[in-house]
Design a protein around this ligand. Structure first.
Ligand SMILES: C[S@@+](CC[C@H](N)C(=O)[O-])C[C@H]1O[C@@H](n2cnc3c(N)ncnc32)[C@H](O)[C@@H]1O
Length: 333
């Protein structure tokens, strides 16, 4: 076991959910978090080690992350959730219940609910093939959409851990490691693009959209009916934000689409209302299962999910969010 990764993840999670985090608390919570029994000395040694590397600071027994520590902890958390976190999830009965109830009929995959998946299936049915799913993650959505639409989909993602999962679960779909920042020269192969909840992570939205348009244009064949790009994009704001930014053509993606393409090239569908249901549903379900996660010593899964979910549910309750599906017509790419 890589104690360094476990302690970093637990520490970050505790700091998000509690005002005062002490070395003693990290030790006390370790077993309920991960279901692993480790002696106190090794936990305290690990905390000292993190402090000596400048990742945490410890004042009067109060732990906090430094700026560098926050960056490292964030990276560790992402890689952990695809790797050790996934293994914990696989052994957890409670998480199976959560995922089953969440993903069951009318459930949620990633952040898309049934309504959005219907929209995507319909839009993909009008895309030229093959369709490249940008930021496909563990491939769950790629698989559902490919099965339901009957279209040929392949996926790229930057995370090898996510791709390993995707390839082992859905061997009939091709998944490649690649960044959206430098789209591969797939000019001959890719007919159109899908990007669901992934464009937030690109370095330059404008460059990625222009690259997509360029690739689609090269493939554009006899038929120019239908779409060259299908995207789903949310905006989440803070108290006091300018709510104009929530409008479809004012958020970062909508604005860029409007500057690159003529108006007649673009269509959007508003999914803002279903966002609140998605996040509140996840939160209710998690809270119902909290005690079971603790009983089972997999509290990591509860906190990993609920830190994000409770923040997002609050944002949506305050109407500081928007979510749109965008389609770009092939003819205008
Ligand atoms: C929120 S997930 C969305 C997953 C999936 N599309 C869905 O809706 O369920 C975002 C994905 O984008 C990936 N990602 C982040 N930056 C990326 C990049 N520069 N290039 C490719 N993938 C990236 C992440 O690894 C993650 O799997």
């Amino acid at each position: 076991m890589d104690l360094h990764r476990y302690v970093t993840v637990e520490l970050q999670s505790l700091l998000k959910s509690s005002h005062r985090v002490t070395p003693e608390l990290v030790y006390q919570e370790f077993e309920p978090y991960f279901g692993l029994n480790v002696d106190p000395e090794s936990i305290f040694r690990e905390l000292e080690h993190l402090e000596s590397r400048g990742f945490i600071s410890m004042e009067n027994d109060n732990l906090s992350l430094t700026d560098e520590g926050r960056r490292i902890a964030h990276e560790t958390m992402i890689s952990f959730s695809f790797h050790e976190g996934y293994e914990i999830s696989v052994r957890s009965e409670t998480d199976r219940t959560f995922l089953h109830r969440e993903h069951g009929e009318l459930g949620i995959v990633g952040l898309t609910d049934e309504l959005q998946r219907d929209f995507l299936v319909e839009a993909l049915g009008r895309c030229q093939q093959p369709i490249l799913d940008l930021g496909c993650g563990d491939g769950s959505l790629t698989n559902i959409l490919s099965t339901r639409s009957g279209r040929a989909l392949a996926g790229i993602d930057i995370s090898q851990d996510a791709l390993d999962l995707a390839s082992s679960r859905f061997p009939e779909i091709a998944f490649f490691r690649h960044s959206m920042d430098e789209l591969p020269d797939y000019g001959r192969e890719v007919g159109s693009f899908l990007a669901v909840d992934s464009l937030y992570f690109v370095q330059s939205l404008e460059k990625t959209i222009l690259d997509m348009a360029e690739i689609v244009k090269r493939k554009k064949s006899r038929s120019t009916e239908g779409f060259g790009m299908v995207m789903v994009f949310s905006t989440y704001g803070m108290e006091g934000m300018n709510t104009e930014l929530l409008k479809p053509w004012n958020n970062p993606l909508g604005k860029i689409l409007r500057t690159i393409f003529p108006e007649k090239a673009l269509e959007y569908t508003d999914f803002t209302c279903s966002e609140l249901d998605v996040w509140s549903g996840k939160l209710d379900l998690l809270n119902q299962l909290k005690d079971e996660y603790y009983r089972e010593n997999t509290a990591y899964l509860f906190w990993d999910r609920s830190n994000e979910v409770s923040l997002m549910a609050k944002v949506c309750q305050n109407k500081l969010n928007s979510r749109y599906g965008y389609c770009v017509r092939l003819a205008e790419c």
